[in-house]
Design a protein around this ligand. Structure first.
Ligand SMILES: [Fe+2]
Length: 202
């Protein structure tokens, strides 16, 4: 979820000497519970985290630490959205800097909405969080209105809904197109990957 709020006016994030530092899974989930009482938003973040991790492992051949970085960026990317809507992104970034988290994770979170936060996705992790964020929420919305939810949900029906402006109207089709234009994988393949990997996260 990216709401047009605040340009960060920064281009570097975190301290290079913190490379390789991550929160433990327990710490990350505790932060999520404390900062994100809204279960639906929590689920969105868990789904983006799961899809990021799966992509890192399956498509980027990531080692364990790298896969955990991708997961943590996805899991925490909207952590300040509910309690600090006017400072979305800035608050969680500063919190993770204070907690000495790996700068790549912080940069990834900072670049999940370039149009809003003014930070361009640079590496593959940055580009993929931008790709997955809106699409993950969109696909979940599409699953929720079906009696069988994710079962039998196909790529074509998602593509059709993307062309229907009234469905999940708050999801920016422009952001999705912009994000997809920055990677080499076609939209259909991304949709199929998200359906496959977030259906268990509920
Ligand atoms: Fe999001």
């Amino acid at each position: 979820m990216s709401t047009p709020i605040l340009a960060l006016n920064r281009s570097t994030f975190g301290d290079p000497s913190n490379k390789g530092n991550l929160l433990s899974d327990e710490e990350a989930l505790a932060l999520l519970s404390e900062w994100v009482p809204n279960q639906r938003l929590q689920l969105h973040m868990k789904q983006v985290g799961a899809v990021m991790k799966a992509w890192a492992i399956e498509r980027e051949g990531a080692d364990e630490l790298t896969a955990r970085k991708w997961h943590q960026a996805g899991l925490l990317h909207d952590a300040d959205w509910e309690k600090f809507p006017d400072s979305h992104c800035r608050v969680i970034i500063e919190k993770l800097e204070e907690l000495k988290v790996d700068p790549e994770v912080i940069h990834c979170i900072a670049s999940h909405g370039p149009k809003y936060f003014g930070v361009e996705p640079e590496n593959t992790m940055d580009k993929m969080i931008y790709v997955f964020d809106e699409l993950s929420g969109f696909i979940h919305a599409a699953a929720l209105i079906r009696p069988t939810r994710y079962e039998g949900l196909d790529v074509k029906s998602i593509q059709k809904k993307l062309k229907t402006p009234s469905f999940a109207a708050q999801v920016s089709r422009d952001d999705i197109s912009d994000a997809i234009s920055r990677i080499d994988t076609p939209l259909e393949e991304i949709i199929a990957f998200i359906i496959d990997h977030q259906k268990e996260v509920q």
